[in-house]
Write a protein that binds this ligand. Structure first.
Ligand code: NAD
Length: 334
């Protein structure tokens, strides 16, 4: 049960999300750590205006409104924002950091399923499994590839972005026997070596990669980083895997590259998103598209809540936050 000496807390996220992120067992664990000013998640702050002045810990999630200066003024005791989802950028800005409020994100918990998804689709695409499945469903004769285009042995994978997901992908690729190149302007040579990947410029990475997998954040400088020119640098038969953000690729250029048959693509994210029915990418036999589902789904969603509740417990125990986000990282984080 709630105890009056516990710091006051509030959960702000879409109630529909809260059901999956913080099911009853996690909510009761949270209520053991914090004196919740509202017994359930609220979608906005107006619903709990009177209790805001007490709040010391905010647990946020999908749909939490931006923490404006006015809201922060209404929460003078606020000392931590613990986000039970990935990116904090939509609701946390410099004003939060300027007030010395600690910020944490559950992006690590969301990363693992993306890594699993990436490895799975990358290896299936290496066997041209998606194109074969489509041919099969259309009643066309199987064309078991014996040539150079099919198979995962001896392949080089270019990883763009040594992000939290990118780093895990590199480790898994190395364990699976792939040769790995990496491009990330924030990665130094020693760090790359420790990861077991060869750091190269992006053009060289495109030239040498049988598979290009994107794990950089959506930023002004990453928009269309894979454009017509870089797609043309890829070797014939290359596979582009995008589980990051659609804006990293020039979609029209990708349509042309895939329509030519020179490049295959596996896309969990697109621009636009959702991709409208009838979009040319849907018609291409060598393009396989999923609707942004690489992150936590279904039974995996509670991982976010588990991470956040454990983070609150760490905070209250005076331990360092595992998912701490610092002001100077905002500009380069997903
Ligand atoms: N498909 C999904 O469901 C799903 C789920 C989670 C994350 N994502 C996406 O996956 C990507 C990686 O997420 P994350 O949480 O690992 O990111 P992250 O926040 O760890 O990424 C930040 C890192 O990206 C690297 N980086 C920054 N600018 C770069 C640049 N110009 N070129 C190359 N690398 C650069 C730097 O190493 C930086 O530290 C993001 O685009 C994110 O939006 C997708």
């Amino acid at each position: 049960m709630n105890q009056p000496d516990r710091p006051a807390g509030l959960v702000v996220m879409l109630p529909s999300a809260a059901t999956a992120v913080l099911p009853a067992d996690l909510m009761s664990r949270l209520a053991g750590a914090l004196r919740l000013v509202a017994p359930r998640a609220v979608a906005g702050f107006a619903e709990v205006r009177a209790g805001l002045s007490e709040v010391e810990v905010l647990v946020t999630g999908w749909g939490c409104p931006p923490l404006t200066g006015e809201l922060l003024d209404a929460m003078p005791r606020l000392r931590a924002v613990v986000h039970a989802a990935g990116s904090v950028k939509l609701h946390v800005g410099p004003e939060v950091f300027a007030r010395g409020i600690a910020v944490s994100s559950a992006a690590d918990a969301n990363a693992e399923p993306v890594v699993d998804f990436t490895l799975a689709v990358l290896q299936l695409a290496g066997k041209r499994a998606f194109a074969h499945a489509r041919r099969y469903a259309e009643g066309r004769a199987p064309t078991f590839a014996v040539g150079e285009r099919s198979g995962n042995d001896g392949r080089t994978v270019g990883v763009v972005g040594a992000s939290r997901i990118g780093r895990r992908v590199i480790a898994r690729l190395r364990a699976a026997g792939f040769r790995v190149l990496v491009n990330d302007p924030y990665l130094d040579a020693a760090d790359a070596q420790a990861l077991g990947a060869e750091p190269v410029e992006l053009d060289e990475l495109c030239r040498r990669s049988d598979v290009l997998t994107l794990h950089a954040p959506e930023l002004p400088e990453t928009r269309h980083m894979i454009d017509e020119r870089r797609l043309a640098l890829l070797p014939d038969g290359a596979i582009v895997v995008n589980t990051a953000r659609g804006s990293l690729i020039d979609t029209d250029a990708l349509v042309r590259a895939c329509a030519s048959g020179r490049v295959d693509a596996v896309l969990d994210v697109t621009t636009p998103e959702p991709l409208p029915a009838g979009h040319p990418l849907f018609a291409l036999p060598n393009v396989w598209i999923t609707p942004h589902l690489a992150g936590v789904q279904g039974t995996e969603v509670r991982r976010l809540g588990e991470y956040a509740v454990t983070e609150v417990e760490r905070l209250l125990a005076g331990a360092p936050l595992a998912g701490a986000v610092h002001a100077d990282q905002l500009a380069v984080l997903a």
